[in-house]
Ligand binder design. Structure first.
Ligand SMILES: C[S@@+](CC[C@H](N)C(=O)[O-])C[C@H]1O[C@@H](n2cnc3c(N)ncnc32)[C@H](O)[C@@H]1O
Length: 270
C-alpha cells in the first residue's frame, strides 16, 4: 500500500505514540464505549475497557445467527482486540482485521499473538485502506467497523468497497459518530473539538452516508442512535481522567446540542 495514502493526522495519532495507552482509553481498545446498564457513579479503568468491549458486542450482535459460516472483515481494527473478541465470542468462520496504519497492524499481530496461534486459519490482520480493501470481489459475508469511519476522508469510496467485497445478501455494520445536516455544523464542531479542528476527524453527515450506501447497492439501510449509551458514560469517565476544560469533554456538549450523534448503521447488499 502506498504510505502516502495515510492522512498526516492519522499517521501521527496512530504512530509511535500508542493512543490506546492514553488514560482516556486505557487498555488496548480505542473507542468511546457503550455504557448501557453500567454503574456510572465511579467508573474504573476496568469498566472503561468493559465499555469498549461492549461496543464491539453491540455491533457484532447485528450479524444474525448462525454465525459459524460467516467470513468477516473489520475495517479500522486498531490493535485488533475487537477482531479477536469477534472470533472468540461470536464464533465467526474467519475474521480479518484491516487497518491503514502499519504500526497498528504490527501492534495487532503482537498483542494478539496467542489468538493468532490458536486460530491460524481463522484470524488475521492486514494492511489496507477503507476505500481499497484487500479482498476479492464477493468474498465476504460481513464487514464491520468500530469508531474508525470518522477518520476516513470520504465515505463514498468505503461504501462502494464494502459492496464490492461482500457477496449478495452480505451485511455491513458501521458504528461511529456522524454529524447532523446543516451549513455551520462542521465549523461549530471544529471550534468545540480538537480532533475536528486538526482534521483527524472528518464531519460525515449521517444522511450522506446512508445515501451513499443506497447508491452503492445496499438495501434495508437502518441507523440506530446509541448516543445516550455512549456520551454520558464517556463523559463521566473523562471527568476523572483528562484535565479540567479539556476539549474532549465537548463531545458530550456536541451531542446534547444535536451537532453529532453516535449511530449503529446496518445495510444488506441487494
Ligand atoms: C479510533 S481507532 C479504533 C480502533 C478499533 N476499532 C477500536 O475500537 O479499538 C481508529 C483506527 O482506524 C484506522 N484508520 C483510520 N483511517 C483508516 C482508513 N482510511 N482505512 C482503514 N483504517 C483506518 C486507524 O489507523 C485506527 O487504528
Amino acid at each position: 500500500m502506498d504510505q502516502n495514502r495515510i492522512p498526516p493526522t492519522v499517521r501521527r495519532t496512530y504512530g509511535a505514540d500508542d493512543l490506546s495507552t492514553a488514560p482516556s482509553f486505557g487498555g488496548g481498545f480505542i473507542n468511546f464505549g457503550y455504557w448501557q446498564g453500567m454503574d456510572l457513579t465511579a467508573p474504573t479503568p476496568e469498566d472503561r475497557v468493559h465499555s469498549q468491549e461492549q461496543l464491539y458486542r453491540r455491533v457484532l450482535r447485528e450479524f444474525p445467527e448462525p454465525r459459524e459460516h460467516r467470513r468477516l472483515a473489520e475495517v479500522g481494527c486498531g490493535r485488533g482486540l475487537g477482531a479477536a473478541l469477534a472470533l472468540r465470542e461470536f464464533r465467526f468462520a474467519t475474521v480479518t482485521g484491516v487497518d491503514i496504519h502499519p504500526d497498528q497492524v504490527e501492534r495487532a499481530r503482537a498483542v494478539n499473538a496467542k489468538a493468532l496461534a490458536t486460530y491460524p486459519d481463522r484470524l488475521a490482520y492486514t494492511l489496507g485502506p477503507a476505500d481499497d480493501l484487500p479482498f476479492a470481489d464477493g468474498s465476504l459475508d460481513g464487514v464491520y467497523s468500530v469508531e474508525a469511519a470518522q477518520h476516513f476522508r470520504e465515505l463514498t469510496g468505503f461504501a462502494h468497497e464494502a459492496a464490492r467485497v461482500l457477496r449478495p445478501g452480505g451485511r455491513l455494520v458501521v458504528t461511529t459518530f456522524f454529524t447532523a445536516d446543516g451549513p455551520d455544523v462542521a465549523e461549530r464542531l471544529s471550534i468545540l473539538l480538537g480532533s475536528f479542528a486538526d482534521g483527524l476527524d472528518v464531519p460525515h453527515p449521517l444522511s450522506a452516508f446512508t445515501a451513499d450506501l443506497g447508491k452503492a447497492g445496499f438495501g434495508d439501510v437502518t441507523a440506530t442512535s446509541i448516543g445516550a449509551d455512549v456520551w454520558p458514560g464517556l463523559d463521566r469517565y473523562l471527568a476523572d481522567t483528562v484535565p479540567p476544560g479539556h476539549w474532549s469533554r465537548n463531545f458530550h456538549h456536541a451531542w446534547r446540542t444535536g451537532l453529532l450523534d453516535y449511530h449503529v448503521v446496518t445495510a444488506d447488499l441487494a
